[in-house]
Design a protein. Sequence first.
Length: 447
Amino acid sequence: MVKMYAVGGVDEAGRNMMAFEIGDDIIICDMGLQLSNLVLYNDAVDNMSLEEMVEKDIVANPKILDGLREKVKAIVVSHAHLDHVGAVQYLANLFPHAPVYGTPFTIEVLKVLMKSARSVDSPLKNKFIKVNVNSSFTLPSGLEIEFINVTHSIPQAALVAIHAPDGIVLYANDFKFDNRPALGQRTNYQRLRELDEIGIKLLVVDSVRSNLKRKTLSEIVVKEMLRDIFIETDIVNTQGVIITTFASHITRLKSIMELTQELGRKLVFLGRSISKYAKAAKNAGIIDFKEKGVEIAETPAEVRKWLEIINKNKKDYIVVCTGHQGEPNAVLSRIAEGRTPYELKENDKVVFSSEVIPTQVNIEARQVLDAKLDTFRCKVFKDIHVSGHASREDHRDLLGMIHPKHIVPVHGHVRLKEGMIELAEELGYEQGKNLWVIPDQQIIDVK
Ligand SMILES: [Zn+2]
């Protein structure tokens, strides 16, 4: 029997944290932040107690695991997005004997995060252990846990397979099926078919985009969309080009770098989070942007200095900066409010190589930013992006490949998960029997 504890992230997009009790072991998968709530409180988070962070819904409430902490033998992080790893620095100390297992890039991101003020005050006692994709490790009890290579929107994402004696628990949160990845390998479909042979008991599946009746397109498509915009830049005498995208999206940053080289401009990354992820990518041996000639400015003072230089010769540069969700203190918001030396003009371009994360906070913050940008009458390009999340037809392919006995859709409010529920019911699953649509803080016994 497997007992699943829905600590967080089951009926919301954010603060993913789920635990699985198998015999004498509990394995926690992911410890993430609710990013939209984090943005609301901004710097105040640095001075918050853990209780306050729980109360303000920034991290998942670990109360459900009270009395069970000694049983937690591993914290397994699936990939380095902050809604999956950002709370390790705050919560892992509750389970000091459980090592944190992640792929090399994920662990490098965690190390960069640990340098924040909070972790310096109370260093984590947990060991960090790197596990490559397509390999496995074994807990002292003999329980095997495997990382399977999967495509997403960040390097070295993994599907986590926990080999319980009576069937595999497959934690698939998050993923897409990109058959032409611009960095890294395709999903290890062969291994998924082998796991199907062994028998998958429980699938916990990212369903946030399951309402979309389509396949999520490859990242290579975005590179071509961006190329189109870059070519136009040459034709219409564009001056400045500012691109904002997910800081963790190393593949996207690499595509932008290659296109910038083709255009003969110089690339500058601005903002703390891009700088952090670029560092992790270098440390994990994935790509060294600096070595390839990219300038990276981390602190507000460095960012300011670069914007002053760029403002004088806009045609020589491409800027990549933070702020695609309208975060109030991100570089793009500061530019749009005239708080930097960069003056937006009519012949400048602002490219959102992103989509709005579907939470109320993000939607509203982007409306504010969009309205400000409109006042400059510069050219704005929205949604130059493909999602990192599976759509309905990718889910159909996954279910067809692995035939899980039980399914728990996660990573979104029930409205967002409807597509997955509909698909599962179409394939013969029944709610309450082998399809579990549960809220956070609930426990289910999967027999
Ligand atoms: Zn993710």
